[in-house]
Design a protein around this ligand. Structure first.
Ligand SMILES: NC(=O)c1ccc[n+]([C@@H]2O[C@H](COP(=O)([O-])OP(=O)(O)OC[C@H]3O[C@@H](n4cnc5c(N)ncnc54)[C@H](O)[C@@H]3O)[C@@H](O)[C@H]2O)c1
Length: 324
């Protein structure tokens, strides 16, 4: 199998590549399990620390049509398209968001259509496609109504992928990911960055700011679940996708207050005391427009999985990044 991973140096991309290397094989579009021969790890920033002869690191801008022509050819069996600019960045720079989050996806799909090879394609959409008046729990048939440019770009890509798949130009699956926590490293420009920050910074001995009210409800997933679900999404056959190619992932529905309480229980009051409440209207507006709870019936029927409790999610981060 020849695999392309875009956004390879990112939070999920790197983990996905590590998981694919460890797994060693994937199911091809004909339903046959085949060893992974090569992973083209594509990003505009350096992917370091993965030393495996099956990985070929390629740099460039995914929105450059010449790059797309070179990246995907008749030998490309599967594509995990993760490259994107995150929510606040896409809100702050409309042209950048459109170029990376939508136009590049369209150009890749169009190149694939012309190749005529119908590769498998997994991409990461977002709960940000929903917004406006929301029920307490969003169903799979809820109308998409994004209230951010990021959500709009993800929704447009979802629609396009669904139609390219319907026309059998590609064998696509778009996974609507919850907010993934706990993300290691520094805060980023995602509006949801605080959801990791209020756990990560206090555990690292640092102060953290929570920009949204305590009763804000979030739909979350741990990195381990996210990677497992991305691979599961790839492995499903086209015949199993009876209710479409765009799939709301299962998740963990939790308020910010419950997250902080879980931190207090696992790491103590002093650690949880490192969080300062300071509301930020711009972040509140974006995050407040996202649903905090889903039924996600279709994805559960397809065998996608969710974290059972937030304490385990915190422990996952501690075991991986703060051993001892
Ligand atoms: N992390 C989450 O909470 C979350 C939630 C829902 C959806 N998603 C989606 O999952 C995907 C991966 O998210 P992540 O958290 O790993 O993000 P990330 O920001 O860590 O990784 C994205 C990667 O894309 C790369 N990239 C950006 N512009 C590029 C360009 N022009 N050309 C090539 N590469 C480019 C970046 O360099 C980065 O390494 C994204 O599509 C994101 O929208 C993430």
């Amino acid at each position: 199998m020849n695999i392309l991973v875009t956004g390879a140096a990112g939070f999920l991309g790197r983990r996905l590549i590590e998981a694919l290397l460890q797994r060693g094989s994937l199911t091809d579009r004909a339903g046959k399990s085949r060893p992974i021969g090569q992973i083209v790890a594509f990003d505009m920033v350096e992917l370091t620390g993965i030393d495996d002869p099956r990985v070929k690191v390629v740099y460039g801008d995914i929105a450059d049509p010449e790059v797309v022509q070179r990246l995907i050819d008749a030998n490309t069996d599967s594509i995990f398209h993760l490259a994107a600019v995150v929510s606040s960045q896409a809100e702050g720079d409309f042209e950048l968001g459109m170029r990376i989050n939508f136009t590049a996806t369209q150009a890749m799909l169009e190149h694939i259509r012309k190749l005529g090879t119908r590769p498998k394609w997994v991409m990461t959409s977002s709960v940000a496609v929903f917004g406006g008046e929301l029920p307490e729990r969003v169903g799979d048939d809820h109308v998409w109504s994004p209230k951010s440019s990021y959500g709009t770009q993800k929704a447009m890509s979802d629609l396009l992928l669904a139609d390219y798949s319907r026309r059998a130009y590609v064998d696509g699956r778009s996974l609507r990911m919850p907010t993934i926590v706990v993300r290691p490293g520094k805060p980023n420009m995602a509006a949801s960055s605080f959801a990791s920050g209020i756990i990560r910074e206090p555990l690292n001995g640092e102060q953290s700011v929570c920009p949204v009210p305590l009763d804000t409800r979030l739909w979350l997933m741990s990195p381990a679940q996210a990677i497992g679900n991305l691979i599961h999404g790839h492995e499903l056959s086209a015949e199993q996708l009876t209710q479409g190619r765009v799939i709301n992932m299962p998740g963990l529905s939790i308020t910010v207050e419950q997250m902080i309480e879980a931190l207090r229980q696992t790491a103590g009051a002093e650690v949880a005391g490192r969080i300062r409440m300071e509301r930020n209207p711009a972040i509140e507006r974006i995050v407040g427009s996202w649903p905090g709870n889903f039924y996600a019936t279709y994805s559960q029927d397809l065998g996608f999985t969710a974290d059972e409790n937030f304490t385990d999610v915190i422990e996952q981060y501690r075991n991986e990044y703060l051993p001892g």
